[in-house]
Design a protein around this ligand. Structure first.
Ligand SMILES: [Zn+2]
Ligand SMILES: [Zn+2]
Length: 143
């Protein structure tokens, strides 16, 4: 399941960017919003492609919005040890983890890179006015 994000800034800049992949693309494509420093646009980049090129101007000078989030350890030896060591610690971890994700949009797990992606939904750098007033919201879901 992928998301189409609506990108809006106070200066009037708006764009759309894709996040994740459709069912058909799963494992081959993982879209994520990036800022192109060359043409000053929010663009969609497939992070699994060998060359991260701006689809608008062809530049390599693109930076991902947000960050990759720590994956919740699950079924690993570490989790088992951690779990038996302290139930409370696991509860605290889960709470901290959901707090971390509360204001995150574009959240998606890329199985190919084993990375959880996501970004805070506001205070992002606008490619147009260069202020940190850019906001992301989920416009539609695609499959
Ligand atoms: Zn560009
Ligand atoms: Zn702006």
């Amino acid at each position: 399941m992928g998301q189409e994000l609506q990108v809006i800034c106070d200066c009037g800049y708006s764009a759309k960017a894709l996040c994740g992949s459709s069912r058909r693309q799963y494992g081959h494509v993982f879209n994520y919003p990036h800022r192109c420093k060359s043409c000053d646009q929010v663009v969609t980049i497939d992070v699994l492609s060998s060359s991260h090129l701006c689809p608008s101007c062809g530049s390599h000078d693109v930076v991902a919005y947000g960050k990759s989030l720590p994956c919740k350890p699950r079924g690993t030896l570490f989790t088992k040890l951690f779990d038996s060591f302290s139930r409370k610690a696991v509860g605290d971890y889960n709470e901290a983890y959901s707090a971390l994700l509360r204001n995150i949009v574009g959240q998606g797990f890329c199985s190919a890179t084993n990375t959880m992606y996501g970004m805070p939904d506001q205070n992002q750098l606008c490619p147009s006015c260069k202020m940190v007033t850019l906001r992301f919201g989920i416009a539609t879901l695609y499959d």
